[in-house]
Write a protein that binds this ligand. Structure first.
Ligand code: RTP
Ligand code: MG
Length: 141
């Protein structure tokens, strides 16, 4: 399987719960390496641009409101099949439907405040990584 990069965001609810380390430990135990990482406070423009694909959806305003409600940790994860591996670790979008042992099942309660974001394809990953990080901010291993 090819080595890939994927964008991960630890969302405001998980930062507020003080579980950044626990979530990152899961990535590392699964063989994903953190090759870039920063904590940022998103504003409406940055969060709205990130979720532009959902602009016409009824939940867009709430989504942007939630993503700007507190700091997030944005990071690039690298490893074999990183995109799908991260999605598997995250679990379903709605924590109520997420498989036991996944990040969302263990750390999230609602579909709005669902602890983490992960790119859904290698194409999205390339766009999302570039949205937050310059090449000089990613530390190739
Ligand atoms: P994400 O992009 O944050 O990793 O989540 P995802 O791929 O699992 O879900 P996506 O369909 O991309 O939706 C982005 C975020 O919007 C919120 N959402 N709310 N109320 C709703 O029906 C609804 N659907 C999606 C979620 O917070 C989801 O993470
Ligand atoms: Mg998504």
């Amino acid at each position: 399987m090819a080595v890939e990069r994927t964008l991960s965001i630890i969302k405001p609810d998980a930062v507020d719960k003080n579980v950044i380390g626990e979530i990152n430990a899961r990535f590392e135990k699964a063989g994903l390496q953190i090759v870039a990482m920063k904590m940022v406070q998103l504003d409406d423009e940055k969060a709205g641009g990130f979720y532009a694909e959902h602009k016409e959806r009824p939940f867009f305003k709430d989504l942007v409101g939630f993503m700007t409600s507190g700091p997030v940790v944005v990071q690039v994860l690298e490893g074999e099949g990183a995109v799908l591996k991260n999605r598997d670790l995250m679990g379903a979008t709605n924590p109520q439907e997420a498989e036991a042992g996944t990040i969302r099942a263990d750390f999230a309660e609602t579909i709005d405040a669902n602890a983490v974001h992960g790119s859904d394809s290698t194409e999205s990953a390339a766009r999302e990584v570039a949205y937050f990080f310059g090449d000089d901010e990613i530390c190739a291993r």
